[in-house]
Structure formats: C-alpha cells, structure tokens
Design a protein around this ligand. Structure first.
Ligand SMILES: Cc1cc2nc3c(=O)[nH]c(=O)nc-3n(C[C@H](O)[C@H](O)[C@H](O)COP(=O)(O)OP(=O)(O)OC[C@H]3O[C@@H](n4cnc5c(N)ncnc54)[C@H](O)[C@@H]3O)c2cc1C
Ligand code: FES
Ligand code: FES
Length: 479
C-alpha cells in the first residue's frame, strides 16, 4: 500500500514507500513526486509549463482546464495526480500535427470561424470538440451541444464555435493518432502544498482487501475518494479538514458492469459515461442512462461514479431517483463481511446513511423485474440541461395493462432532506384505470409525502407544484 507521510522533510508530498507517479504527457514519459492530492492542472502548468489548460472556475464547472486522460475528456482541476499512475495525458499542446509547429484542423477552424476572442475557454473547447469527433466523427448539432455542455464561453457566443466543429467534421476525419512527444517547457518544481494538500494523507490500496483493512484499522477511518468530482471541489475550496484519503480509483474489483439472468451488477466505480455507453443498460434501464447523461458535462461524466453519487448523499443527486424506480440494491463491504440492502432504505436523514464507518460501497444491483415495465419516465427540472443542480428530479416506471396501472415505482430528488420513494402515491395509483385517476387527488397524495424547502435555488411551493406536474406528465407519457 502506498501512503503519504505528512510532516516528512518534503512537507508530506512523497509517497511513503518512495513510489512515484509515472505517466506520459503528450507522449513524453515523466515521473512525479508531488503530493497525490495535487491537481493535474497545477502540475501541467507549474511543473511542465504547459499553460494551455486554463483555470476558470477551479470547480469542474467551466471546462477551461479540459485535457484528455487515456483518451477521455476530463477537467484537470478535478484530477488528483495520485490517480494518474500509468496514465497518458494529452493537453492542447499535444494536439497539433506530429512534429509540426502548426495548429490542428480544429484549432484552424476555430480561428477561421471566429470561434475565439479572449481565448480563455478555447483550449478546453478544442479538447472537448476533439473528444467528440473521436467518438462521433460526423456529429449532429445536438451532439455538439451535448459534448460541449460542460464548456463555458463568455465572449464569443456558441454558434461560431459549433460551426467550427461541424466544419472540421465535414472536412476530413480527425487524426486521433498518438501525439508527438513534447519537451517540457519548464521543470520548475511543484509549489509545496500550494492549495493546502500537504495537510492531507493519501493511501493507495492495491486491492479491495487492503482498502477494507485500511477502513478497519484506523481509529478514524479514512475518507474514500473515487472520481473526486465532489471531493476535489471541496479540497479546492479548502472546505475539508485535514483528511486521510483512501484512493479507490485503481481498484478493479470495484469496476465493471455484469449482466446476469436475474440482475445487472454495477461496480461502485462505474462512471456515468460507462453507464451511458452500455448497450444493456440503455435497453433495460433507460432512466439510469438518462440520469447519467444529464449529470454534468462529458468531463464530469468520465470521472463521476454511481458509487460516489450515492455516498455523497445529496438529496439533489440525479441517479438515485432512477435507482429507486428500478428497486436497486446496494452492497457494502468491510473487513467483517458483506451485506446487501435496498437502496431506498439507505438514507435516514440529510447526509445520514445506514452505513457503518468501516464500510465501503462495493456494488449496485439492478434487478430484472418479474414483469417488465411498459413505460419509463425521467425528468430533471433545472435552470439548464447540463451542469445544473435540479430543482426537482422525477423518475418513474409504470406497467400499464389495458389502461390499468398494474405497477408503478417513483423516486424524486430535491424535494426532501433525502431522495424520496413516493410509495403512497404509487399505492394510490396502482390498480386504477387511467380514466378513473383523479389527478388532483393523486397530486395531493404526492404533495403529502414530500417536504421541500425554500432555498437559493427554488421555493418549496414551486417544487411542490413541479412535482405534481411531473406526476401528471408521468401518467400521460407512459403507456
Ligand atoms: C461540474 C460538476 C457537475 C456535477 N453535476 C452533477 C449532476 O448534474 N448531478 C449529480 O447528481 N451530481 C453532479 N455532480 C456531483 C458529482 O459529480 C457526483 O456526485 C458524482 O457521482 C460523485 O462521484 P465521484 O466518484 O466523483 O465521488 P467522490 O468525489 O470521489 O466521492 C463522493 C463521496 O462519496 C464517497 N465515496 C465515493 N465512493 C465510495 C465508496 N465506494 N464507498 C464509500 N464511500 C464512497 C466519498 O468519500 C465522498 O464522500 C457534479 C459535480 C461537478 C463538479
Ligand atoms: S477550471 Fe473550470 S472546469 Fe476546471
Ligand atoms: S473566447 Fe473568451 S471565454 Fe470564450
């Protein structure tokens, strides 16, 4: 197990056993000895002098720092370098044609179409567009909008940027070949503990057994970190007390999607992107796929995990309503053993869970229903489609038989201190013919089992009304 040593001569920035992080940046091999919690963005800019990736928000919201890790778009401000051992990083400096000091076709098109002004957002836009064209060589305008939803531009306006991408796509296939090695422009050392990361310990277990041992052996159990899209934001805001992180990202035992006869099992580290791309999940559990596709932009979807979304325990999280609608079960493991429980029974209050301090979430099971639903309905209501915290999120499955609602299961987020299963509403609706459902009465039942609050994003009254509207849409749009 690799562990950082706070208080060591180098300020706790080295791993205890001397292991360093080996990675390639634009094709050149490097060995890093910075603190594992240091952000990739700082390492690129301060150590390698690769200043193309910009710091906009520092919280995953703007995409100005976007780079590729193993070919996937990520926000460098949210990546702890400790998770990059063996990774291949590509920055905007590595996108140009091999060996030439020329711009890549995408960059040329951005200039020609007037897609850049101040230029702060441009490297991130180009990286996001590159990731899109590798995945979808001939994208539609909707594809472009979706792929760039996590990238903000405050001066150009998006139309010129979209045109540049569509023009590149129609001109010639993208050259996605490995990029040429670049000599680092600067070898200045990483500033020690610049963002307070030196105060944190970091343990990188080599197996689940080692991770569970670390969870059990501590007086104060470590804080698991998965994709870091919640925790790295807190770290950046210096909103975390000195913590001991247990890095789960490298644990293959927590990865994978296994389709079995009676259920589909997701490892806790399954990312949103993996959910959205999986053919069986798309066919059998479309609500979860929809939730994954509206959770942040692509860069967040490549890192954010379903396990992290559950364990962050936010009442506004987007996958839990879908997990409730499908009757998901969750598995916890500790050095004492493993146990399964219904996901709907996990949360007991705001950020409170039936989880023991030494337990890790390991797997999520989506059962195959005895009788398949005839309708699936998912709607996230927020100020915009991506990167928004929902004001209300509604997921429901329905099984209609000759216009009688034989079965319904409904989950809602942002309407109570926890994500809610609307059991009474489902019970009220079940067995009724469509023509006999009194919508006002159904809305009243739903309103009774949610307890929204007024906050900066919305009012309780608005949330009640929207929840009722979504219930009506659920009934109207499922058959
Ligand atoms: C720009 C941006 C946009 C976002 N948009 C959305 C959105 O639209 N919808 C949404 O729901 N969320 C959104 N999020 C929040 C975040 O991406 C999700 O909650 C994500 O699923 C967290 O997963 P992670 O692996 O990154 O978690 P991490 O940050 O690694 O961890 C989150 C929490 O879970 C715990 N944890 C993680 N894995 C385990 C485990 N296996 N066992 C026990 N505890 C564990 C950690 O200790 C921590 O408390 C967004 C975040 C950002 C930065
Ligand atoms: S700086 Fe805004 S997403 Fe990283
Ligand atoms: S060109 Fe200025 S923010 Fe996009």
């Amino acid at each position: 197990m690799d562990e950082t040593t706070p208080g060591a001569a180098d300020g706790g920035r080295r791993t205890a056993d001397g292991n360093s992080i080996r990675l390639t940046v634009n094709g050149t091999r490097h060995t890093l000895d910075g603190h594992p919690a240091a952000r990739l963005l700082d390492v690129l800019r301060e150590r390698f002098g690769l200043t193309g990736a910009k710091e906009g928000c520092g919280e995953g919201e703007c995409g100005a720092c976007a780079v590729l890790v193993n070919g996937r778009l990520v926000n460098a401000c949210l990546i702890p370098v400790g998770q990059l051992d063996g990774a291949a990083v590509t920055t905007i400096e590595g996108l140009g044609p091999a060996g030439a000091a020329r711009l890549a076709p995408l960059q040329e098109a951005m200039l020609a179409e007037g897609g850049t002004q101040c230029g702060i957002c441009t490297p991130g836009m180009v990286m996001a567009a590159h990731a899109l064209l590798v995945k979808i060589p001939r994208p539609s305008l909707d594809d472009v909008r979706e792929a760039l939803a996590g990238n903000l531009c405050r001066c150009t306006g998006y139309t010129a940027i979209y045109h540049a991408i569509l023009k590149t796509a129609s001109a010639s296939p993208l050259d996605a070949a490995p990029q040429p090695p670049l000599a680092p422009a600067s070898q200045s050392p990483l500033s020690p503990g610049g963002r307070g990361e030196g105060a944190h310990r970091w343990t990188r277990p080599r197996s689940l057994a080692e991770a569970l041992q670390a969870m059990a052996n501590e007086n104060a159990p470590p804080t698991p970190i998965a994709g870091g899209t919640d925790l790295m934001v807190l770290l950046q805001m210096q909103a975390l007390p000195p913590a001991h992180f247990l890095d789960l990202w490298g644990l293959d035992e927590l990865r994978g999607i296994e389709v079995q006869a009676a259920q589909t099992i997701l490892g806790a580290l399954t990312t949103y992107a993996e959910v959205a791309e999986h053919p069986h999940l798309r066919a059998a559990y479309p609500l979860l796929v929809q939730a994954a596709r509206v959770s942040g932009g692509w860069a967040v979807q490549n890192r954010g995990t379903i396990g992290g979304n559950i364990m962050n325990a936010s009442p506004a999280a987007d996958t839990p309503p879908a997990l409730i609608a499908y009757g998901a079960q969750v598995e916890f493991a500790s050095a004492r053993g493993r146990r399964w429980m219904p996901y709907a029974a996990l949360h007991t209050g705001y950020k409170q869970m039936r989880r023991q301090p030494d337990e890790l979430l390991t797997r999520i099971a989506l059962p195959v229903p005895a009788a398949p639903p005839t309708g699936h309905f998912y709607r996230k209501v927020g100020p915009r489609r991506a990167q928004a915290i929902s004001r209300v999120c509604f997921a429901g499955i329905a099984r209609w038989a000759k216009n009688v609602l034989a079965e319904a299961r409904i989950g809602l987020a942002s309407v109570a201190p926890t994500v809610v299963e609307a059991r009474h509403t489902a019970a009220y609706l079940q067995g009724r013919h469509r023509a006999q459902i009194d919508l006002a009465e159904a809305r009243a039942v739903l309103e009774h089992e949610i307890s929204p609050i007024d906050d900066v994003r919305s009012t309780a009254a608005y949330r009640r009304r929207v929840a009722g509207n979504l219930l009506e849409q659920f009934l109207a749009e499922t058959h």
